[in-house]
Design a protein around this ligand. Structure first.
Ligand SMILES: [Zn+2]
Length: 171
């Protein structure tokens, strides 16, 4: 039988998304049953796509796959940076910069501050550079296309709340 629709797995990609959902994000299949049922906390869903829109969704799918891979890469870079911070601060800052170029999340900065709080108190030069770098990266990300969908007031509030938190964590 000729089917008029196909299905695409969608998940909200962020620092919490599980690796399974990331691995399915953007994938298109002929049957909805081909996907795992999204029952975890990842805000996933299975989208029904009319065949006439398939070309457009294939294009979107590529972007979504890249985004999911980027998130995995971001996590690796961030963890590596955390591991290096105390001994190779310059390398760590560079890796934090690369991770932030993919995305930057406040809970990760909270982890950073918790793990390296003492080191950063004793190395205020590193702390100042880190704070400056993270503030800029956090502000920059709200100019990205994927954040443009947020209403402007909400975007500005989130940006400000995040920057306040960074200042507080890396005071
Ligand atoms: Zn998941």
């Amino acid at each position: 039988m000729f089917r008029r629709a196909v299905y695409q797995y969608y998940t909200n990609v962020n620092y919490r998304t599980c690796e399974q959902c990331l691995s399915w994000h953007g994938v298109i299949r002929r049957r909805a049953e081909a996907f795992p049922q999204p029952v975890d906390a990842c805000e996933s869903s299975i989208l029904r796509i009319s065949r006439k829109d398939l070309r457009l969704y294939r294009e979107k799918s590529k972007q979504m796959r890249l985004r999911a891979q980027g998130e995995l890469r971001r996590r690796e870079l961030f963890e590596e940076a955390l591991n290096l911070l105390a001994n190779q601060s310059d390398e760590a800052l560079e890796l934090f910069g690369r991770a932030s170029g993919i995305d930057l999340y406040i809970p990760d900065i909270e982890r950073l501050a918790e793990r390296h709080g003492r080191f950063l108190q004793e190395h205020s030069g590193v702390k100042d550079r880190l704070r400056t770098q993270l503030l800029k990266a956090y502000s920059d990300k709200f100019g990205w296309r994927r954040y443009e969908r947020l209403p402007e007031v909400m975007r500005l509030q989130r940006e400000q709340a995040g920057m306040d938190r960074i200042n507080e964590l890396l005071r």
